[in-house]
Design a protein around this ligand. Structure first.
Ligand code: PGA
Length: 243
């Protein structure tokens, strides 16, 4: 099953707009062969209840979850896996580079993965943070492998319930995606470590760039930022991976 995930980040500006985008995506999904692809929308957590009402075919995901060692308690500002599950999330992005840049380390990410799996949220573990543009493939692989080993330390996810997104930081929001060949080479390397996880590419995917990635056997889907706020653009990406 292919997987295309909308990471709305801290957008849009209101719950009403969020419901509008979700409704347009749902409408478009009616016309897509949905047997081979799953679409996921990850809105800001406060919009989860509103967006949930608009979703039928697409699944709901969280952009983050608490790494606290308890499902409730004195953890100001945190939202637990249990709470996200109660509000309809079935996926959770973990370790996005924007969060790593805010100070999340692999140990915290590992705790988040554990919390997600405990509540049957499928983690979408993001890797690639720290690799410079133009870095040798061997360097990128070493960074990715370290993030996988540390992020998944002590957890044995049924790999069907795990997704890994390779997201080169320099490709995020820049309009300059990696080449499909580079992404495929890194994800083939990840496949050798995690044979059954779903492997995504993320970084400046849009309707134009997605088909090249979808054509790669090693790439099971995409993690889409900016383009996912435009329902038509997001649907084009879903279609690329569905065909
Ligand atoms: P982008 O973001 O599609 O806007 O490059 C991807 C991401 O950050 O997940």
């Amino acid at each position: 099953m292919k997987l295309v995930v909308a990471n709305w980040k801290m957008n849009p500006g209101s719950a009403e707009e969020a419901m509008g985008i979700a409704s347009r995506v749902e409408h478009g999904l009616l016309g897509i062969n949905r047997s081979a692809i799953e679409s996921v929308i990850c809105p800001p957590s406060v919009f989860l209840p509103a967006v949930r009402l608009s979703l039928h075919f697409a699944a709901l995901g969280a952009q983050n979850l608490s790494g606290a060692g308890a499902e409730q308690g004195a953890f100001t500002g945190e939202v637990s896996a249990k709470m996200l599950k109660e509000f309809g999330a079935s996926y959770a992005i973990v370790g996005h580079s924007e969060r790593r840049a805010m100070g999340e380390n692999d140990a915290l990410i590992n705790q988040k993965i554990r919390n997600a799996l405990k509540y049957k949220l499928v983690p979408i573990l993001c890797v690639g943070f720290g690799a410079a543009k133009g870095a040798a493939a061997a360097t990128v692989k070493r960074i990715v492998k370290t993030q996988l080993i540390r992020g998944l330390k002590g957890v044995k996810p049924n790999q069907g319930n795990l997704a890994v997104a390779y997201e080169p930081v320099w490709a995020i929001g820049t309009g300059q995606p990696a080449t499909p060949g580079h992404a495929a080479a890194i994800l083939e390397f990840v496949r050798a470590i995690l044979p059954n996880a779903r492997l995504l590419y993320g970084g400046s995917l849009n309707g134009k760039t997605a088909p090249g990635f979808a054509a790669q056997k090693a790439i099971d889907g995409g993690l889409v930022g900016g383009a996912s706020l435009d329902a038509q653009e997001f649907l084009k990406i879903v279609k690329s991976f569905a065909s």
